[in-house]
Design a protein around this ligand. Structure first.
Ligand code: SIN
Length: 516
């Protein structure tokens, strides 16, 4: 698979992993391993844009203030400062590497989304920022002489010896796990959306990095903060396709199924209130009407304008019989972004020596209790660069440890696909009903009871991707539910109906590490 052991091994091929690879390769030999063959990361599906303050110092201060306000007091100020200050440099670098942002007149077009006090979101291809940035970075990675990209290989676990991460176990052909040693490992495995019944995330988002880090004993944090996107397509037989918040930034109105605009009843910022506020407002409207959706109405905009501004959304809705120029779109919230994850410092270092994490799988504290829209691609490039550099330095200073075995000879389990499908359907339903937009001790207890029925999955050793993903989903689901039970208060996107105020000790982070 790989001829020489890499100094830095990166798992995951989204924006954060690709950016980390490019930086690490300035100093080291890098292998980037991706379980998918194509460009199918969460980043690749991003629509809205990349938030960045390209102007004056005051512009950056405003970006920082908006990020802190959306994060409800739980952000780590230090990492937010890094995000807004280093962001402009990283975005200019993307432009040098060929990223084409949409333009308006002589400058860049700037979009608006919830909780931003000004228009600062750069966009590409209308609603195709993710595809533009991942393809730009992938081109640079593929052209780099010190980076080897391995597609279609599943990383099952971290290789830990003498308290240090010294590589990974990958699934080989025939179901055997093979050791891939590395001097430093970076997890950039993305999100967890597949833990929920309704998600905007692609099928790859199965929480693999969080699960691997937990099994290896690394510290995780803030897992109760799962951000639900307010508006995903809710049409029978259609995918839970994201309808970008940028639509509301361009004037789209949320209406009940009877056509009444309702956001003014919830927040003075109406459709552009922070994401958690809008998601809960929609949820309440759905509960009180009994409907399984509300409507997103963008019909005030002309058809040609819509086709140019939101080409992907217009095309996708048309495929399911909705002409967005004439018909309000049925939408409902869906799990969108994991705010918590593997706890890192501002250089991506985790609590396990030799292990780094970046992007959605990491928790730098930059998003606090509620992520400001379009800050995650910026996080990916800013902390990707920092993490790649730090991992390369670590690799250079610490060198390799030869793992004590090259093959894992334990017998592997196999389940038939039908059984996995049943487990997945149950886990996703339990999470949606018990650990969703509104939680309580009762709903969380019910979810945990249900999840416990599948604890036996964690004992098994799987030699196939499907088995590993189901195991990871059940583990991550359990960790999220436990964290949500531990936070006895409501903050940002974690809302407990039995503790509707933030409560005492609200500013503490909920951390967890495997103790056995
Ligand atoms: C969106 O386009 O609404 C998603 C942007 C984000 O999640 O930051």
């Amino acid at each position: 698979m790989v001829e020489v052991s890499p100094e830095v091994l990166i798992v995951g091929g989204g924006v954060a992993g690709l950016r980390a690879a490019l930086e690490a390769a300035r100093f080291s030999r890098v292998v980037l391993i991706n379980k998918e063959r194509g460009n199918k990361s969460n980043s690749a599906y991003a629509q809205g844009g990349i938030a960045v303050a390209l102007g004056s110092r005051e512009d950056r201060q405003a970006h920082m203030a908006d990020t802190l306000l959306a994060g409800r007091g739980l952000c780590r100020r230090k990492t937010v400062r890094i995000l807004v200050d280093e962001g402009p440099r990283r975005v200019r670098e993307l432009i040098r590497w060929g990223a084409e942002f949409d333009r308006s007149g002589r400058g860049f077009a700037r979009a608006h989304e919830g909780a931003h006090s000004r228009r600062r979101i750069l966009r590409a291809r209308g609603d195709g920022i993710g595809a533009e940035l991942t393809s730009t970075l992938l081109r640079a990675v593929q052209a780099h002489p010190r980076i080897t990209v391995v597609h279609g290989r599943f990383t099952a676990d971290l290789l830990v010896e003498r308290g240090r991460c010294v590589g990974v176990w990958v699934l080989g052909r025939g179901g055997r796990r093979r050791a891939l040693p590395a001097a430093a490992v970076v997890l950039a495995t993305g999100g967890i959306g597949q833990v929920y019944l309704r998600t905007t995330n692609p099928p790859v988002a199965t929480g693999d990095g969080i699960a691997m880090a937990y099994r290896a004993g690394a510290l995780l944090e803030d897992l109760e903060f799962v951000q639900f996107h307010p508006t995903a397509l809710a049409v029978a037989g259609a995918p839970t396709f994201l309808l970008s918040e940028a639509m509301r930034g361009e004037g789209a109105v949320l209406r009940t199924v009877k056509g009444e605009a309702f956001m003014a009843r919830y927040d003075r910022r109406r459709e552009l209130a922070p994401r958690d506020v809008v998601a809960r407002a929609i949820w309440e409207e759905m509960m009180s009407s009994g409907a399984d959706h509300v409507l997103l109405d963008v019909t005030a905009r002309p058809r040609l304008w819509l086709r140019e501004r939101f080409p992907l959304i217009a095309r996708t809705c048309a495929r399911y019989g909705i002409d967005i120029a004439t018909t309000p779109i049925p939408v409902a919230p869906a799990a969108h972004f994991m705010i918590g994850g593997i706890k890192t410092d501002e250089f991506g270092a985790t609590s396990l020596p030799g292990l780094y994490a970046v992007g959605e799988t990491a928790c730098t504290g930059v998003h606090g209790a509620n992520r400001l829209a379009s800050n995650s691609l910026l996080e990916g490039v800013v902390f990707g660069a920092r993490t790649g550099r730090a991992a390369a330095r670590y690799a250079r200073s610490q060198g390799f440890i030869k793992p004590s075995s090259q093959r894992d000879d334990r017998a592997t389990s196999r389940q038939d696909q039908g059984q996995f499908d049943d487990i997945l359907a149950n886990v996703r339903r339990l999470m949606w009903e018990g650990v969703g937009i509104i939680r309580s001790a009762t709903s969380l207890g019910r979810a945990l009871d249900g999840l416990r029925r599948y604890d036996w999955l964690c004992e098994a050793v799987y030699g196939d991707r499907e088995g590993m993903e189901v195991q990871n989903i059940q583990l991550v689901a359990t960790l999220i539910a436990r964290a949500a039970l531990r936070r006895r208060g409501s903050l940002g996107c974690h809302f407990r109906s039995d503790f509707p105020v933030k409560g005492r000790g609200w500013s503490r982070h909920v951390g967890v590490a495997r103790s056995d």
